[in-house]
Design a protein around this ligand. Structure first.
Ligand SMILES: [Zn+2]
Length: 379
């Protein structure tokens, strides 16, 4: 039976173990112990050798008591900052931090839910097929753990990622994203003695940025400039500015169009600079554009959706297929041919010190996971 008290303690314990991206070692060791106690076989891959950090992704395998294809269950172990020394508070059924850090419900609410569902499954010897629990590192820094996951350790072709808010939805569509980086090279000079010898890269960058259309482009496309860095001192004409941004869209053509427009804006701003020395290669633009992740689109009639919907229906609830604007490990699994729907845990205001989650929402999600596992085994 799902035990609210036990899940509360699990969740509180987990969020008290700091696990910023690339520092998941202590949490991973704790989870290894807990999962082994439930009878799982644990392996770690070697993702950290390529992406840095204390440990690789944790894969826990449970042999089933029913002959059916394996089911993947995923959450990520890392958190964003400020995430050190978290002091969780439970009041009126709501978990929060003390206001100085994040809570870490993203994604430890999911890990606590999975542990509770697995504990009940094992304790009560409920019907279940083989389960592959994949707990990734470095999700928050660009899905790096999933991108470098050793997929030879995974045999499931279908599963669930617990890493969203809405407990009445299953995310089946996510946008593709491009990551862009621009370097504007100007020319340094003494700002007081010889400013005419310089080319101000900050001024150029600001013109390039001001020419951009950013934010929500349309119902399925967004664009952002999120990082800018440059300059040395107030008395030096800055010679270099780096600007980083991204474009996301559910539509591949729109993604390319908005990405090209962004690049064009920077090219135009640099080209329009009134050069005094036609021989000089400056100012100069250098840019790179990388695919961050590809779009996910699981049809509404796919078994991963219908299984979860049937499980919800058995509990007297509804589960609606949804689109998201964010990226998740599910995007990477999709690219590898593993269909994973993203389920909500009830966590809210993630990535802020106001992050919170209701115990009731976590309990509901644990019930849903249990029912999914049971249905899958009997299906
Ligand atoms: Zn997350």
């Amino acid at each position: 039976m799902i035990t609210p008290q036990r899940m509360t303690e699990t969740f509180m314990d987990l969020v008290k173990i700091d696990s910023l991206s690339r520092s998941e070692g202590r949490l991973a060791a704790e989870l290894q112990e807990r999962l082994e106690a439930l009878g799982a076989e644990i392996v770690f891959d070697r993702a950290h050798e390529r992406i840095g950090g204390e440990c690789g992704n944790l894969i826990a395998r449970f042999g089933g008591n029913r002959p059916c294809p394996p089911l993947l269950l995923n959450a990520h172990m890392d958190t964003v900052g400020p995430g050190e020394g978290i002091r969780p508070i439970l009041a009126d059924g709501l978990f929060t931090s003390d206001g100085t850090t994040i809570l870490g419900a993203d994604d430890k609410s999911a890990i606590a839910i999975l542990l509770e569902a697995l504990t009940v499954t094992v304790e009560d010897d409920l019907p279940h097929g083989p389960l592959e629990v994949v707990l990734t590192v470095c999700e928050e820094v660009g899905l790096l753990g999933a991108k470098h996951l050793d997929f030879s350790l995974i045999s499931a072709r279908l599963g669930y990622v617990l890493d969203a808010t809405d407990t009445a939805g299953i995310v089946t569509r996510a946008p593709a994203a491009n990551h862009l980086e621009f370097k504007i090279h100007g020319k340094d000079a003494h700002a007081g003695a010889a400013p005419e010898k310089g080319i101000n890269a900050i001024w150029l960058a600001s013109r390039a940025i001001a020419a951009q259309t950013i934010g929500r482009i349309d119902h399925e496309t967004t664009c952002n400039i999120g990082l800018i860095e440059g300059g040395m001192a107030t008395n030096i004409v800055p010679s270099l500015v780096t600007v980083k941004g991204e474009v996301r869209s559910h539509n591949e053509q729109k993604l390319e169009r908005v990405t090209s427009a962004m690049v064009q804006g920077f090219e135009d701003a640099v080209a329009a600079y009134p050069k005094t020395d036609p021989q000089s290669p400056l100012p100069r633009l250098e840019f790179s554009c990388e695919r961050d992740f590809s779009a996910t689109h699981i049809p509404d009639d796919h078994p991963v959706v219908t299984l979860a919907q049937q499980a919800a229906a058995n509990l007297g609830r509804r589960l609606v297929p949804k689109a998201t604007g964010g990226g998740a490990d599910a995007n990477v699994f999709f690219q590898k041919g593993i269909m994973t729907g993203v389920l909500g845990t009830g966590m809210r205001d993630m990535h802020t010190v106001r992050e919170n989650v209701r115990l009731d929402d976590m309990l509901e999600t644990a019930e849903l996971v249990l029912e999914i596992v049971r249905l899958h085994a009997n299906g």
